[in-house]
Write a protein that binds this ligand. Structure first.
Ligand code: FMN
Length: 357
């Protein structure tokens, strides 16, 4: 049964979550703010919990699953190369969005303001409600060409990018970045201020440096500093793996919302769980193993229908993420990692469900 909590101060109490001894409380002022819609320029989003862009993950199929549990949340495409768009005759599948997928943001990366402006126009034609510029990707292939997190070291170019894209489109332009290039070079507050002055309508901050990659902890204290310095919405990102961590992050940072990332891998329920708690004070029952495996099977089938054999190859990693925390998970994971057809995957999952029923 769901726990219904008072509408102002929200203690988080659930036996299914690993909680500290005293229940967390979302202060009433913060709770009220988080229950109001998120305003990104003139776009109104009725949820403060966002699904992050995840390259190789957040395609149309994954977004559909997340949206089933979080129908009002903002979703992001995987990052799209503006340079590639410039050369391609047809739009890449990464930009494939359904007409009823709202709200949706298309994320772009590059270092050239004119390429990004042209790509943003195409993205708006595709139906993007906002354009997000990736200024946080740590991958060498991207940074060595001046894109992603390397823009943290070249704020003048980052400013020109935001100005050019704002000029090119009439939807809000947002930025997703990190707290700095390295421990010796944390420039989040100054950088964020410059993005706001250049016209960005929202900033999402991953609380790690580029040098950290995905290691260590996200430094939410830096997110708090940036939130205090800006007037546009600031979204906190990094290490949100549960309702409990979401609330701790919101309390520490006072951010305007949070973005879930790795916590959604093999678990498309997370955004909805946090959104539901913020709006109602209720803890949603955690999905059973059988529900998770049923979702995995659906994910696999949808990927097959959407992308054919390429979808099966992409599904392997998703299946491995779903297959955890139950007896026999390791063996199932091992076999799912090698499937070469939708039938083989569905058979393995059905057998596991039978064993666990
Ligand atoms: C597999 C994977 C793919 C990612 N792809 C993108 C991307 O396309 N664009 C982006 O801005 N961030 C991308 N990220 C970064 C995440 O959106 C997020 O900022 C980061 O994982 C920190 O959040 P977490 O600690 O909750 O995972 C990716 C991360 C992972 C693990």
């Amino acid at each position: 049964m769901n726990t219904v909590l008072p509408s102002t101060d929200l203690p988080l109490q659930s036996s299914s979550l690993a909680l500290e001894s005293s229940p967390l409380v979302l202060p009433s002022e913060l709770s009220l703010r988080l229950r109001s819609p998120l305003q990104i320029g003139d776009v109104v989003v009725r949820s403060r919990v966002l699904q992050s862009p995840l390259s190789g993950v957040t395609d149309k199929v994954f977004r559909r699953l997340v949206r089933r549990y979080a129908p009002q949340s903002m979703m992001y495409t995987e990052m799209v190369s503006a340079a590639e768009l410039h050369h391609l005759q047809r739009l890449p599948i990464l930009m494939d969005i359904d007409l009823d997928e709202r709200p949706i943001s298309i994320q772009l990366f590059d270092r050239r303001p004119d390429f990004l402006a042209a790509a943003a126009r195409k993205a708006v034609d595709q139906g993007a409600d906002t354009i997000d510029i990736n200024m946080g990707c740590p991958v060498n292939k991207i940074t060595k060409n001046g894109g992603g997190s390397s823009l943290l070291r070249d704020p003048d170019t980052a400013v020109r990018i935001v100005e050019a894209v704002c000029e090119a489109v009439d939807v809000p332009v947002t930025v997703k970045t990190r707290i700095g290039w390295s421990d010796e070079d944390i420039n989040a507050v100054d950088f964020a201020r410059r993005m706001e002055s250049a016209g960005a309508q929202m900033l999402t901050l991953h609380g790690r440096t580029r040098a950290q990659g995905y290691t260590g902890s996200a430094r939410w204290d830096w997110i708090a500093r940036v939130k205090a310095a800006l007037t546009i919405p600031v979204i906190a990102n990094g290490d949100i793996f549960s309702v409990e961590s979401a609330l701790r992050c919101l309390i520490e940072t006072q951010a305007d919302g949070i973005m879930c990332s790795r916590g959604t891998l093999g678990y498309p329920f997370l955004v909805g769980e946090i959104d539901h708690f913020i709006k109602t004070g209720e803890i949603k029952p955690v999905p059973s193993v059988i529900e998770r495996l049923t979702c995995a099977k659906e994910h696999l089938t949808m990927l097959w229908e959407y992308k054919g054999i390429r979808g099966i190859r992409q599904a392997r990693k998703h299946m491995a993420w779903y297959a955890k925390d139950f007896p026999g998970a390791a063996e199932l994971r091992d076999r799912l990692c090698r499937i070469d057809s939708v039938e083989a995957g569905c058979y393995l999952i059905d057998q596991a469900i039978l064993r666990l029923s």
